[in-house]
Unconditional design. Structure first.
Length: 316
């Protein structure tokens, strides 16, 4: 059964059940009987999405858009399977990502490099291509409509060069994918939300990331929707935290750039220390074991991403 959080203005978060509950949200927007789905997660998320539609009295033919903030497989891995079940839907994607949705072979190969072949298949199954005629490329400031509701696409590199965020005209809210970081609801404390940048492989760029965060903040949204996990508010405070933590990750990376074979372990330890400092700052009433249970995999991915960034500095 799909776990769904309903917000105002026809916005819902469907739990994609990517690796654990409340880790990866698929956002569903309904306007005048038409629907858009943002970041459909993985193949096993598809039945949950269709169930959430049905509970709102909608069917597959009522979906006009499948919107991708970027093509990392925890966001876009289920796109091909989902679109095969939606006769009227088109897929929006950054121009840099379009060819990889049409032919996902390189995307799969890159994921295998990080996770390994067996784990990639376990998590993602068979990644299906999307027909080219169903793709709409969305560069900076392109708009599409869902009934009379307009979505504005904003180029937002930093987490990935092929990332867009989506501003909703009905609310002024922004669907931020991974550019505004991650914020798991299990770690909310006294209704106070936290934020942590995701620097995961392979295109993290702290300079671009700062610029993209500033661009989003300039729109003054009352809420953001991050994929990991859904709605966050108190945006000025979280934005300031995100800037501070982008710098903290950069500083950890630079401190260990010459560590040789020990580099990854030192990066992982440095990111872990960042997380525990945030736990103290927020006065989380959770054990260190619980914090690592929720954030351990993100710590590992952030450390990997910092390593890729350091390698890019050498290439440049």
């Amino acid at each position: 059964m799909a776990n769904v959080i309903d917000y105002e203005h026809g916005i819902s978060a469907v739990d994609g059940e990517y690796d654990r509950p409340l880790q990866t949200s698929v956002h569903l927007i309904v306007e005048e009987g038409r629907a858009a789905i943002i970041d459909p997660c993985v193949n096993r998320s598809v039945p949950r999405i269709l169930e959430a539609l049905a509970k709102k009295g909608l069917g597959p033919a009522d979906v006009d858009w499948v919107i991708l903030t970027h093509i990392h497989l925890d966001h876009a891995g289920g796109t091909g399977l989902l679109v095969s079940k939606l006769p009227n839907a088109r897929v929006t994607v950054h121009p840099r990502g379009a060819r990889h949705i049409i032919d996902p072979s390189r995307l799969i190969d890159g994921t295998v490099e990080i996770y390994g072949a067996d784990e990639t298949r376990r998590i993602y199954g068979d990644i299906l291509p999307v027909p080219a005629e169903r793709i709409l490329e969305t560069p900076h400031e392109v708009t599409v409509k869902l009934a009379d509701r307009e979505f504005l696409f904003l180029d937002s590199p930093g987490h990935a060069r092929h990332h867009v965020v989506v501003r909703d005209s009905r609310t002024g809210h922004i669907f931020a994918g991974d550019t505004f970081g991650l914020s798991y609801r299990e770690l909310d404390c006294d209704a106070r939300q936290f934020i942590l940048p995701t620097t995961s492989p392979v295109q993290w760029d702290p300079v671009a990331h700062h610029a993209s965060v500033d661009m989003m903040l300039a729109h003054k949204p009352e809420a953001m929707y991050v994929t990991h996990y859904s709605q966050v508010r108190d945006i000025p405070r979280l934005g300031a935290d995100l800037h501070r933590l982008i710098d903290a990750h950069r500083d950890v990376a630079l401190a260990h750039r010459d560590a040789g074979a020990a580099r990854h372990e030192r990066l992982r330890k440095g990111v872990t220390e960042i997380v525990f400092r945030e736990a103290a700052r927020y006065r989380w009433p959770f054990s260190r074991e619980r914090v690592l249970e929720v954030l351990g995999w993100d710590i590992e991915l952030n450390a990997q991403g910092l390593g890729f960034w350091l390698d890019s500095l050498i290439r440049d």
